[in-house]
Write a protein that binds this ligand. Sequence first.
Ligand SMILES: NC(=O)c1ccc[n+]([C@@H]2O[C@H](COP(=O)([O-])OP(=O)(O)OC[C@H]3O[C@@H](n4cnc5c(N)ncnc54)[C@H](OP(=O)(O)O)[C@@H]3O)[C@@H](O)[C@H]2O)c1
Length: 335
Amino acid sequence: MPTNLQVQLAKRPPPGMITHDCFAVREVPLADPGDGEVRVKIAYVSLDPAMRGWVNDTRSYVPPVGIGEVMRAYSVGRVEASRHPDFKVGDAVQGLLGAQQYAVTKGSPRLVKVDETKAPLERWVGGLGMPGWTAYFGLLEVGQPQPGETVVVSAASGAVGSIVGQIAKIKGCRAVGIAGGPEKCAFVTDTLGFDACVDYKAPDLEAALKRACPDGIDVNFENVGGDILDTVLPQMNVFGRIAICGLISAYNATSPPPGPRNFRAILTQRLRMRGLIVTDWSNRVPEAIRDLGAWHAEGRLKIREDVRKGGLPAFVDTLNLLYTGGNNGKLILEV
Ligand SMILES: NC(=O)c1ccc[n+]([C@@H]2O[C@H](COP(=O)([O-])OP(=O)(O)OC[C@H]3O[C@@H](n4cnc5c(N)ncnc54)[C@H](OP(=O)(O)O)[C@@H]3O)[C@@H](O)[C@H]2O)c1
């Protein structure tokens, strides 16, 4: 009997890094698509920092993954069987298909057809997929960068941050990254074309950021939180915008992190701080794909994936790379 391999949530992880016993890799019978459904053979599973939050039983923007359920994940693959009028066998598609070998799904509206002639399959869960859409809408809609302004982004060499800074450049801004270590910083400036990148692991982040942003900071795209956000806040210009995209420094915290010590800057510099979740713009995804795809084709948007082998059994070890900076670009697991 044909089977499907799935990464299932086995138990709720306690605070801290996820351990192997929280997940089980199980074989289940392979389902056939029902009326209006498709079966997708998944090639790549996207590993995203948010996964740490998706397995916590706390109030969030999505319900927690249930015990025994397939781990929620963006995945990309090809339609293998279809009883859906809009999808045919062989179509390349991406969506929230889970961490598994095969997904049976109703498709629309969240199953997005992707064009393999424009970019390889894995890129559609990377810079042209959810992380790219997050950078696109988060920066343009929440950050609202104007030409000549300074945009700072943390986790700058990663999936979202790398795209944020490049869009900022395309929009005529000064792009400054914050990343961990000289190699990542060199990638951000020399390959991605940011104007500067500050190594937060080196001494005196505050002074280094000041040197990199001589005219202050107009837009901060926050991916990390904690000390990094605290260092950015006092350097924000009056009427600056802060897009809170992620707070990865606290995802594995064993006790609640303290609030920003420099919160006062919100008042004194009249800042606007807004959280964002990429699905807020679900109905505008084609717009992001159009612009990101065009910039990529023109060579103005560079995208780097970090594709790991080992298949679904390597899920936990690969996921945890995100929280130690072990990834170089969009982290993806080959199924
Ligand atoms: N709101 C949304 O809809 C949405 C959607 C997608 C992603 N996000 C958020 O965007 C952020 C980036 O996600 P991504 O997928 O692009 O991941 P990524 O940047 O490709 O990888 C995560 C990076 O975070 C940095 N990091 C990890 N722990 C850190 C710490 N304690 N202090 C400082 N930096 C740390 C590491 O880079 P260094 O080596 O440079 O430290 C690591 O490589 C995350 O916070 C994620 O939750 C939000």
